[in-house]
Write a protein that binds this ligand. Structure first.
Ligand SMILES: Cc1cc2nc3c(=O)[nH]c(=O)nc-3n(C[C@H](O)[C@H](O)[C@H](O)COP(=O)(O)O)c2cc1C
Length: 335
């Protein structure tokens, strides 16, 4: 109710500037006990039912509702993330070297469709800086054991596709000791040519060295693959079949390619749900469903369709602070 009054004010300015200000505010609140209590109150975290807790891979999730990649690309909200009503969060995408991303403006909203368009292009602080932030957060005890932190890995823009596997391996090596799960993201539409890697051989070249490295350090860390919504039918069946033994799960889906960028939210909902339904019949590995989860009913529907976990980005922007808790409550009712 209150959010419906606040939202139009927030939506008046440039979308990326508003996002940066919101992140700064949440970050500041996360640094004090009173601020964290305020975040929990505003997000109505107490409404997340105990029955929402779930176990996937070997990880405990306070709730199956996670914050999707891209909201906290740099891990600057780690002290606050467990107080926003979510059950887990994915930081990144992170690339080996820091990079500025594409020129602005590169983020906009279309409230009439509950859509977000972005062409960010993996702007981020780089693997080392973000890994140190995550290590620091763990040392400080900011991350509860039932609040997994995933790290989404990308490649630098100027790394040619033939060398891409090195970028992903560098990210994986650095984060294996500190992340709860890793995501190989070859599905962003905003890094030229990246999606060309989304075929069995391209992904195998990336995944195999990571699995080898994992075997020698932390064999239990799940490594997931995040795919684009455009991949369906036989192409999806081929990928699922070829990579079933090389992945611990799937994240379906990334944004829908549109006007040199990617669309999230409303325009993605049907396709993302369709990909979940297709994949659920073809894989035994857990699926995180993301894309157009805009209300509690849709979240429940995704779980009924076979998702082990759901994530949201656009739905959180349009639904407001209590959105994650409302989703968790709805999912608990159907499980
Ligand atoms: C501004 C913005 C930045 C994003 N950045 C990333 C990213 O760095 N890595 C990634 O895998 N997905 C990224 N995403 C995609 C989201 O994680 C998610 O897959 C997509 O938005 C669909 O979910 P939604 O409809 O709930 O927003 C981004 C999305 C938005 C809106």
């Amino acid at each position: 109710m209150l959010w419906s009054l606040v939202r139009p004010l927030l939506f008046q300015g440039d979308a990326e500037t508003t996002h940066e200000r919101t992140v700064s505010m949440i970050s500041a609140l996360g640094h004090t006990g009173a601020g964290r209590a305020l975040l929990r109150a505003v997000s109505r975290q107490s409404l997340v039912p105990a029955a929402a807790a779930t176990r996937v891979w070997d990880l405990e999730f306070r709730s199956p509702v996670g914050l999707a990649a891209g909201f906290d690309k740099n891990g600057v909200l780690l002290q606050a993330l467990p107080h926003l009503g979510f059950g887990f969060a994915e930081i990144g995408s992170v690339t080996p070297r820091p990079q500025p991303g594409n020129p602005r403006p590169r983020l906009s909203r279309d409230p009439s469709r509950h859509a977000i368009w972005n062409a960010m292009g993996f702007n981020n602080d780089g693997v080392e800086v973000v890994a140190r932030r995550l290590e620091h957060a763990r040392e400080q005890g900011w991350i509860p054991c039932n609040f997994p932190i995933g790290v989404n890995l990308g490649k630098n823009k100027d790394t040619p596709n033939e060398e891409a596997h090195r970028d992903y391996l560098e990210g994986a090596r650095r984060f294996l000791s500190v992340a709860d799960y890793l995501v190989i993201n070859v599905s962003s539409p905003n890094t030229p040519g990246l999606r060309a890697l989304q075929e069995p051989e391209g992904i195998r070249r990336i995944v195999d060295p990571i699995l080898e490295s994992r075997a020698g350090s932390r064999p239990g860390v799940p490594v997931l693959l995040k795919l684009a919504p455009e991949i369906g039918g036989t192409a999806l069946a081929e990928l699922l079949g070829a990579l079933e033994d090389r992945t611990d799960g799937w994240i379906l889906t990334n944004t829908l390619q549109s006007n040199s960028g990617g669309l999230s939210g409303g325009p993605l909902a049907e396709l993302s749900r369709a990909r979940l339904l297709e994949a659920a019949g073809q894989t035994k590995k857990p699926i995180i469903s993301v894309g157009g989860v805009l209300d509690p009913e849709e979240a429940a529907r995704r779980v009924r369709a076979g998702a082990s976990l759901v994530q949201a980005y656009a739905g959180y922007i349009y639904g407001g602070p209590a959105f994650p808790a409302e989703l968790a409550a709805a999912i608990s009712r159907v499980r």
